[in-house]
Design a protein around this ligand. Structure first.
Ligand code: NAD
Length: 432
């Protein structure tokens, strides 16, 4: 243990990050800034090319930050798996999606682990950061990594969930506390030594299973609370009450209440997916995760609910959806980012089209999309909004000109309650 720990203390440990996407790239930058020599290993040659040209492809990392680190030789990227043989510490940041039947797809973790095992040597730290079900590190990583190596003596294995919140201006890698679990106490000690070089507060927990569960609790907490307010939004309308007004008023209670807001449906790589990793694991133990299943059901129904709001709002104006021109404002899954993964906008567009609407979209962050069966080029956000029968606000980007939308649009269905802050005259605006 001493050799590796000494290398870490002297910043002489060579770090390889597997997967240089939203999670991996910020880690490369932090470790390089802390004085380590870091290589990003990725299967995607386009990412590797851009990285080595000093060009960032993640909004939170400006090229002006990445570029100098590449130029000074502190960070580079490669598609060559043999770089793993030179690594002292390997951090795995590969995707963990769901397959078509909404079950965990851990194939990326499996292949990354096999690649590490092929190039493994004594005194190596391996940390998994991909979100996954409790038991993955112990059951999937440890067995192949301990063929001929003793856990806690010459191979050190940890799990540390990533908490990055893309677009968050206040919390980044360094000032977000980081939970860490080790396969043994020595594994934890080595992992803690490494992360303490780039994170202000490392939070050790007793096992890798616990660390895996922490991440799933955090995101299940969000999914369930969002499910609660989404259901409340639906029944509030039947009661003639504005759900957003209720939540804002409730949030004035200084204790015991935390506001969550309804919306058009969950999106992104985490909240819609992570809780299902847990419910899948529990199903194997014949346990039903009732809150998770219910939240998934309610949250998944929101795009269709939004389509229903559009149908009703047009109907009130004596118009059918069939044949109407609809502009969807915002296709990214949340505001001020380019990421469209799991965006509810796709289901909303599909639902509108299925009922005969002519659908366009506008999004300053996403000039065109070719995903989920939607092949569209976005309308310029500077174009007039007057030509559409309805404008559906799905993503509340700060840069949209909301007062102009209110002036020009015939009808606005505002799923984010964003117009409340921008206009007082609301005759053509319908809420979620
Ligand atoms: N994006 C977020 O906001 C966020 C936040 C917290 C946790 N996470 C979790 O972090 C993990 C990574 O997510 P991400 O958003 O960074 O994904 P991403 O798709 O942006 O990046 C993953 C990268 O891994 C590469 N890759 C896949 N398999 C590989 C392999 N075998 N060898 C080398 N490279 C490989 C891909 O080419 C890709 O560039 C996921 O488990 C996700 O749930 C993501």
């Amino acid at each position: 243990m001493s050799t590796l720990s000494e290398k870490i203390e002297q910043r002489a440990a060579r770090i390889v990050i597997i997967g240089i996407g939203y999670v991996g790239l910020p880690l490369v930058v932090e470790f390089a800034r802390a004085g380590f020599r870091v290589t990003g290993y990725d299967k995607d040659p386009e990412k590797v090319r851009r990285f080595n040209g000093g060009e960032s492809y993640i909004e939170d990392i400006p090229s002006s930050t990445l570029g100098p680190l590449v130029q000074e030789g502190r960070a580079d990227a490669t598609c060559d798996t043999t770089v793993l043989a030179q690594a002292d510490a390997v951090i795995v940041c590969v995707p963990t999606p769901l397959n078509k039947t909404k079950e965990p797809d851990i194939s990326y973790i499996l292949s990354a682990t096999e690649e590490i095992a092929k190039h493994q040597h004594r005194d190596m730290l391996i940390v998994l950061e991909s979100t996954t079900y409790p038991g993955t590190t112990r059951e999937v990583l440890v067995p192949p990594l301990t063929r001929g190596f003793v856990l806690g003596q010459d191979v050190f294995v940890c799990f540390s969930p990533e908490r990055v919140d893309p677009g968050n201006k206040h919390y980044g890698t360094r000032n977000t506390p980081k939970v860490l679990g080790g396969s043994t106490p020595h594994c934890l000690a080595v992992g803690q030594a490494l992360y303490s070089k780039i994170i202000d507060q490392v939070v050790p927990v007793s096992s890798t299973d616990t660390a895996e569960m922490v991440k799933l609790l955090e995101n299940t907490f969000r999914a369930v609370n969002i499910g609660l307010v989404n259901e409340m939004a639906q029944f509030s309308r039947n009661l003639g009450i504005d759900p957003f007004e209720v939540i804002r008023a409730a949030a004035t209670k200084p204790f015991g209440f935390m506001p969550f807001f309804p919306g058009p449906g969950l999106g992104g790589h985490c909240i819609p997916i992570d809780p299902l990793y847990l419910s899948w694991k529990l199903r194997a133990l014949k346990i039903q995760a009732k809150f998770i299943d219910l939240a998934d059901e309610v949250n998944s129904s929101m795009p269709e609910y939004v389509v229903g709001r559009v149908v009703d709002a047009l109907n009130d104006r004596k118009k059918p959806l069939n044949g109407s021109r609809i502009l969807v404002a915002g296709i990214a899954y949340k505001k001020n980012i380019t990421d469209v993964r799991e965006s509810p906008a796709f289901d909303i567009i599909a639902g509108l089209k299925k009922r005969g609407a002519h659908v366009s979209y506008t999004d300053p962050y996403v000039p065109e999309v070719n995903e989920h069966g939607v092949h569209l080029r976005g309308v310029d956000p500077k174009d007039s909004f007057a030509d559409y029968d309805a404008l559906v606000i799905v993503t509340d980007h700060d840069s949209f000109d909301y007062p102009r939308m209110a002036r020009e649009a015939q009808l606005i269905v505002d799923t984010r309650d964003v117009m409340r802050h921008h206009v007082s005259e609301r005759h053509n605006i319908v809420g979620l």
